[in-house]
Design a protein around this ligand. Structure first.
Ligand code: ADP
Ligand code: MG
Length: 559
């Protein structure tokens, strides 16, 4: 039996594809600029092996020319261009990528900058344009050709005059509709911001004539508009620069330029990894808690770049919840992107990067804690709660990672201390790590039991946040020392009431205790004599694992 080919309504397919793969129309520009950059890269690669060809970086650029009067936007490049056949093959065949083929043909293994691979990006132009015209002259060819299409009903190709090698893509921008504004794609300001957002780190200059204002010559008060060619993109991303060349100010500028926050970061972390997976990352520990940080609205995530092109603005999978406050970006050459280049095909690489980043952040925080305590305390004021949630969440899966980062106020030091510091100061006869829960430091200091433990010379950690005790319950112990609430029944301290003693005492005062129990019948389980009291007449104690403070919180939680 002879096999039949599938027939496809290419018109419909094209429409469906264009309108379903991209979330934002503005990415059309990212796609066209990526193609232009690829086209220049191809000359660069050819020059590497072809002696007749020299590559002088200064001659290569991309230029954007918006023309509001004619509703056209031209993207011009000085790249390798396309022959008639290439126009036909690459732009006339959906899902055919000349760039991918180029990488294979030229055996560019670490094809480190060529972006194209799926052969669909170009058609994104139809999201914003009614007509797309491509005028191209290929390297080594005397002829130039014009390809033109209105998207739905095919394309035409005809010879045309063009002096220089390269390609011009001309978009006839759509008219505004009720719910869609297309005018913006002709506005300098908007175009600039799209370039900055997605294509800031394209390696070649992206130029545009930008209108500015200046004082008229000879005048002191009259201004005039003038046009000036500007390079819009930064080209070399900060994360590809050598760490030794960068100053704190450079990192801070990048932080505010990228609007990671309006504060000044406490610390930056610059990671470059060359291994089974290559990536660069610049991460920041912010100083201030974002206003929505502890709310449902807060979205964690890092920017994800593939070869300098923005893929995702907030990639949540790169950050564990306990470090959700971290800001910054990751750039990798090794990501397998899906067709829209907004997502990844496999998350294996991402998981690997996330794992490394997790470890990196932890060790940086630890070094901050050890070397720059004041800064760490500042950080801890803002985000300590998140770390404690991290200890508690996921059934304590991250407790090992986080236990050294958490701190509590100490009765002895009158400031935040780490568990390690606490344990290393413990007198030999002290069995437990003692803590006390309460609304505030003040209130805890007035607890009758605190007096007893402190007089023994033992340090007490004050738990003033509702998460504290829950986190510690998950931790269970630190360096083999168990945690003990000072209001628990058995404190493991000598001189404390033993069961026999209190029973004897209780017998002696049976009448009094029975009387008290009767009055407090629905409030307490038992009334006992205690030796823990110093200047206070009475205190509350619990027997089980749940402290009075925890009970209060649990009672407040919705079921
Ligand atoms: P991709 O970039 O994923 O290959 P596109 O649909 O964006 O897919 O482009 C299809 C092909 O068209 C590219 O692979 C390339 O061969 C060719 N092409 C597109 N734009 C240009 C350009 N400005 N200069 C040279 N070739 C181009
Ligand atoms: Mg492309």
């Amino acid at each position: 039996m002879s096999k039949k080919q599938f027939k496809a309504e290419s018109k419909r397919l094209l429409e469906m594809m264009i309108n379903s793969i991209y979330t934002h129309k503005e990415v059309f520009l990212r796609e066209l600029l990526s193609n232009a950059s690829d086209a220049i890269d191809k000359i660069y690669y050819k020059a590497l092996t072809d002696d007749a060809l020299s590559f002088n970086k200064d001659n290569y650029f991309i230029k954007l020319i918006p023309d509001q009067a004619n509703r056209s936007l031209k993207i011009l490049d000085t790249g390798i261009g396309m022959t008639k056949e290439e126009l036909e093959n690459n732009l006339g065949t959906i899902a055919k990528s000349g760039s991918l083929a180029f990488k294979k043909e030229n055996e560019i293994k670490d094809g480190y900058d060529i972006i194209g691979q799926f052969g669909v990006g170009f058609y994104a132009a139809f999201m914003v344009a009614d007509v797309v015209t491509v005028i191209s002259k290929a390297l080594g060819s005397d002829e130039a050709y014009k390809w033109e299409s209105t998207g739905a009903d095919g394309y035409t190709i005809e010879p045309v005059e063009k002096d220089s090698v390269g390609t011009e893509v001309i978009l006839k921008i759509k008219e505004n509709t009720e719910d869609e504004n297309y005018d913006e794609y002709l506005q300098e300001y908007r175009l600039k911001s799209i370039i900055k957002k997605y294509s800031d780190f394209i390696r070649y200059p992206i130029k545009m004539d930008v209108t500015s204002n200046r004082l008229k010559e000879g005048s002191e008060s009259e201004y005039e508009d003038y046009q000036e060619e500007q390079i819009i993109n930064s080209m070399v991303p900060i994360w590809k620069k050598n760490k030794s060349e960068l100053t704190d100010a450079d990192y801070e500028n990048f932080y505010s330029e990228k609007r990671y926050g309006f504060d000044k970061p406490i610390k930056h972390i610059h990671i470059s990894v060359e291994g089974s997976i290559r990536y660069n990352a610049i991460l920041y520990i912010p100083e201030k808690t974002p206003f929505d940080f502890y709310s449902k609205e807060f979205e964690k995530g890092l920017e994800l770049y593939s070869n300098g092109v923005l893929i995702m603005e907030k990639c949540a999978d790169l950050l564990p919840d306990h470090f959700s406050f971290v800001k910054g970006m990751v750039d990798s050459e090794d990501l397998s992107l899906n067709i829209s280049r907004e997502m990844l095909q496999h998350d294996r690489q991402l998981k690997l990067i996330a794992k490394n980043i997790n470890k990196n952040i932890k060790s940086e925080l630890l070094s901050l804690q050890r070397k720059e305590r004041e800064k760490y305390e500042e950080f801890y004021q803002s985000f300590g709660r998140q770390l404690k949630y991290g200890v508690y969440n996921d059934f304590g899966a991250n407790k090992e990672l986080l236990q050294d980062l958490i701190m509590f106020y100490s009765s002895k030091e009158k400031k935040l201390v780490t568990l390690d510091e606490y344990v290393s100061r413990m007198p030999e006869d002290q069995k437990y790590i003692y803590y006390a829960s309460g609304e505030s430091i003040d209130r805890i200091e007035k607890l009758p039991q605190a007096e007893f433990v402190s007089e023994k010379g033992y340090e007490i950690l004050y738990f003033t946040e509702d998460i504290d005790e829950f986190a510690i319950k998950m931790l269970m112990n630190y360096k083999e020392k168990e945690f003990k609430s000072i209001s628990s029944g058995d404190l493991g301290i000598e001189g404390e009431d033993t069961k026999d003693e209190s029973e004897a005492n209780e017998k002696e005062n049976k009448e009094l205790f029975d009387f008290m129990k009767n009055i407090l019948a629905d409030k307490v389980k038992d009334v006992r004599i205690s030796k823990r009291l110093k200047s206070h007449p009475v205190c509350l104690a619990t027997e089980g694992e749940i402290s009075i403070e925890m009970e209060k919180i649990l009672a407040m939680m919705p079921n």
